[in-house]
Design a protein around this ligand. Structure first.
Ligand code: FAD
Length: 277
């Protein structure tokens, strides 16, 4: 296939900053990224609900600025009642999209209940009907806790069948993994869109550490190439931009319905790739 979806969807993800400086910087970043007219922004949710208030505050502030924004949400330590309160607060604030997750489970958290994403999707649908567009997570390189490839796809199907509208993938640097995954999903009877999650490359040391935890594979050639740049940040940025632009292009040409950028709260890397596309 070589045709780009006629109107690919683009979305941008933020995380809630921990400092006043970070919050201030995010204001500027979202103002500039919003000028690129993404379909929506999303704001992550700390493992176990650790950013419950921060995520909510940013989402509500962005809604007040007239921006389409989706909170990421997982049960964490919430009871059904407090979760419903939070969801209704989002609904009242004019939020109409949620990224529904099981979420990462913080070690030693003693979380009493693990609520899988399909159960959260069911919960939201049961209490708020069709009000929200629901996104769920997908893993072309397979979730690190999964028993095997096929069962992870079956669990993705379960959450889509529970009422999610579409999925966004974990980031990956190997286009074949995504295309093979799309094919496997199709064979499993999944016909909802699976948007490609893309992480621009800027801080390679952090990226390498983070990737080990979330099970995203960094190809050996890419590691070698990045290592060779050493501290030459300018070359890392230039190569990162070129490589991610090509990857994104390849994904869109191969049938990806759109791209979700993990912006890491930075304007330049995402904006550069976006405008190259
Ligand atoms: P699930 O879909 O519930 O799957 C979790 C694991 O259990 C998988 O191995 C799956 O195969 C298995 N499984 C699924 N359903 C069942 C079931 N019913 N019974 C038994 N096993 C099952 N993490 C955060 O903490 N905060 C965020 O904001 C955040 N945002 C993300 C956004 C995207 C787009 C993506 C791709 C990931 C995000 N993550 C986030 C990471 C995610 O929370 C972790 O990968 C987490 O470990 C799994 O969440 P999930 O919703 O994919 O879980």
């Amino acid at each position: 296939m070589t045709t780009i979806t006629s109107d690919p969807r683009f979305s941008f993800e933020f995380y809630p900053p921990k400092t006043a400086v970070g919050l201030e910087k995010l204001k500027e970043t979202r103002r500039k990224l919003n000028a690129l007219k993404p379909a929506f922004f999303s704001v992550t949710y700390g493992a176990g609900g650790s950013t419950r208030d921060n995520t909510k505050d940013i989402v509500k502030t962005m809604r007040n600025e007239g921006i389409d924004v989706a909170p990421h949400l997982s049960f964490g330590g919430d009871s059904n009642e407090s979760m419903l309160e939070l969801i209704n607060e989002y609904k009242d604030a004019g939020v109409n999209r949620i990224v529904a997750l099981r979420g990462d489970i913080p070690s030693g958290s003693g979380l009493g209940q693990i609520v899988y994403a399909n159960e959260l999707v069911e919960f939201i649908r049961q209490h708020t009907g069709e009000h929200f567009e629901l996104e769920v997570a997908a893993y072309p390189e397979i979730h690190p806790e999964s028993k095997d490839y096929q069962s992870d796809i079956e669990f993705l199907k379960l959450k889509l069948d529970a009422g999610a509208n579409s999925a966004i993938t974990q980031y990956f640097y190997n286009a074949d993994a995504y295309f093979y995954f799309l094919e496997a999903c199709q064979k499993a009877g999944i016909d909802k869109p699976i948007y490609a999650g893309i992480m621009p490359i800027t801080n390679f040391t952090n990226l390498r550490r983070f990737s080990q935890n979330c099970g995203a594979e960094i190809p050996r050639w890419l590691t070698q190439k990045m290592d060779a740049y050493g501290d030459d940040q300018q070359s890392i940025n230039a190569f990162g931009e070129e490589f991610i632009t090509k990857l994104s292009q390849q994904l869109l040409e191969g049938g990806a319905p759109g791209i979700h950028f993990y912006t890491m709260n930075q304007y330049n890397p995402t904006a550069a790739i976006f405008s190259n596309l």
